[in-house]
Design a protein around this ligand. Sequence first.
Ligand code: CUA
Length: 206
Amino acid sequence: MLSTTTGAVNDAFIFIIAFCFLLFALIIFFTILFAVRYRRSRHPVAVDNPGSWRLEIAWIAAATVLVMIMFFYGLTGWSFLRVAPAGSLRVDVTARQWSWLFTYANGRKSTALVVPVGKDVALTLNSNDVIHGFFIPAYRIKQDTVPGMKTHAWFNATSLGSADILCTQYCGQEHSRMLTQVFVVPEDTYAKWLSGEDVDIPGLTS
Ligand code: CUA
C-alpha cells in the first residue's frame, strides 16, 4: 500500500465492486435457471403467481442492509480522508496557471512536493487564479483548489519513491501539462532537504 489513504479508499471500492459482481452473477444465474426451468416445452400454460409478502419484505430488508453497509464503508473512508490527524506536518499548496507551488513550515518553497515517509502530511490548498484540482491518484486523494478559499487534504505515504500529481479541473490552455510529483524520502533526508542542504533525491530537479 502506497499510503494510508490508498487503503481507506480501496476498502470501500473493493467491497462495493465485489458485491456488484456477486449480484451480477446471481442475476445471470437465476435468469438462466428460470429460462430453462419454465421453458415452453415444460410449462405450456402460464400460471398466475399471487406473490409473497414475506419474500417482498425479505428482499427489501436485504437490499436496505446491503446499501447501509456500502454507506458505512463509504462514510468511514470519507471521514478518514476528510480530517488530518493532529500533529500532521503542514504544507501549503498553491495552484496557479499552470503549476503547483508547495510552501513548508519553515518558508521553503518547491514546485514538487517532498515529504518524509510514514508521516501524516496535511495540505492546505489555495488557488491564485481559477479552480484547479489537486490529485494524487496513487494516494487516492483529490481536492479542488478554489481562489479565495482554503481547502484541505492529507495523506501518509508508507513507501519510499515518487507518485504523480495531476490537475483535474480544466483550467486553461496548459491544463494538461499542470503536472508534478510527490517524492517520499527517509526522514533524515527530508530534514536535510528542508533546511536547504544539498541532498540527492532521485528524479527531483528543483
Ligand atoms: Cu490546473 Cu487544470
